[in-house]
Design a protein around this ligand. Structure first.
Ligand code: HPA
Ligand code: ZN
Length: 334
């Protein structure tokens, strides 16, 4: 099973680049940039990663991002993630970044996007790993701040395929960002949003109706509403599910309670993703393995999860066909 899962060609659609900051790199960057961090070793950082819910994670995650200051930092962060992609046979990835986490600390938008983008260009040239970049608005901040962030992104529009919505779901429903998403759509950005992670199924309905999303990030609370599950299956609206994140943040107590395979069997376009792998205990292969070990699942179903991610990705028809072919030949040889 481990060998099959490791070699399976994969596509990652839900990865916050700031959430791939491993404690070792956090220490290296803190030293390089002379930023004080409240830990004395990488092991101490790891020991602090005990979360009770989404907010308890976000507090630590925003603090960790303080060590990221220069274009080289964002390059190094992204390249370290790409090396994990190569090890896990991730063939294409779509990466979130949170501009406001950085611009609010005085780091320029250009510094962030240029660092990330340079590493992704190198990944395509040297490793044939393709990618897209999605910028997320922090939903605990207001609509005016989101509009200002959208404005800042315009000179870099050629590097950004879409906009997303992340941070604290409770108390910050999709409707808060309906106008900024409509504006982003009118400018030509695709849209996605975190919905139904800790929040109710209604947030998923509202993200689809009010934000016109092409995918729902997480979306696991859809099971509260059987009519919604049926409509997700009928429309093939993708859900970018993050199994290890969900158990770390207590959305599900145990992986055996997770609903991803049940949703897969109901025809929903579910996908497996790592969310914030440095914080939640693993990258793509680890997420696939956690599901495969806790739930009964066949190789064909594991391959279907990869095919779903290809279907849900923001890439050309040709690249989708090429990647689907890789998955199908891999399954046949297995
Ligand atoms: N949910 C909301 N915001 C986030 C997450 C998440 O899982 N990861 C990083 N920001
Ligand atoms: Zn997320």
């Amino acid at each position: 099973m481990q060998a099959f899962v490791t070699g399976l060609p994969k596509v990652e659609l839900h990865l916050h680049i700031e959430g791939s900051l491993e404690p070792e790199l956090m220490f290296e960057l803190a030293k390089r940039n002379q930023v004080a961090i409240p830990f004395s070793s990488p092991d101490e950082v790891r020991a602090a990663y005990q979360f009770t819910n989404l907010q308890s994670f976000l507090d630590i995650y925003y603090q960790g991002a303080n060590v990221l200051l220069t274009e080289r930092d964002f390059f190094d962060l992204t390249w370290a993630y790409i090396e994990r992609c190569a090890a896990d046979n991730v063939r294409h990835c779509e990466i979130f970044f949170d501009p406001q986490t950085h611009t609010d600390r005085g780091v320029d938008f250009a510094t962030v996007i240029n660092g990330i983008s340079a590493a992704l260009t190198k990944a395509e040239h040297e490793l044939a790993i393709t990618s897209q970049i999605i910028m997320c608005f922090l939903r605990h901040l207001d609509e005016t701040a989101a509009f200002a962030t959208l404005e800042m992104a315009l000179p870099f529009k050629d590097k950004i395929i879409g906009v997303g919505l992340d941070s604290s779901e409770q108390g910050n429903p999709p409707e808060k960002f309906a106008r900024v998403f409509a504006h982003a759509k009118a400018l030509g950005f695709l849209t996605v949003a975190h919905a139904g992670e800790e929040g109710p199924a209604q947030n998923i309905v509202d993200a689809i109706d009010m934000l016109q999303v092409s995918r729902v990030d997480h979306g696991v609370s859809c099971v509260q509403d059987p009519a919604l599950v049926a409509s997700l299956a009928a429309s093939r609206m993708p859900l970018t599910v993050c199994p290890l994140s969900n158990t770390k943040l207590k959305v599900f107590e145990h992986m055996a309670d997770h609903n991803i395979i049940e949703l897969l069997r109901q025809g929903v376009c579910v996908t497996i993703n790592s969310d914030d792998p440095a914080y939640f205990g693993g990258y793509m292969t680890a997420n696939f393995m956690a599901v495969a070990q806790a739930l009964t699942v066949s190789n064909t179903e594991l391959a279907q999860l990869s095919l779903n991610a290809i279907e849900a990705s923001f890439i050309s028809r040709e690249r989708k066909l090429e990647l689907s072919q890789e998955v199908l030949s891999y399954l046949q040889q297995a």
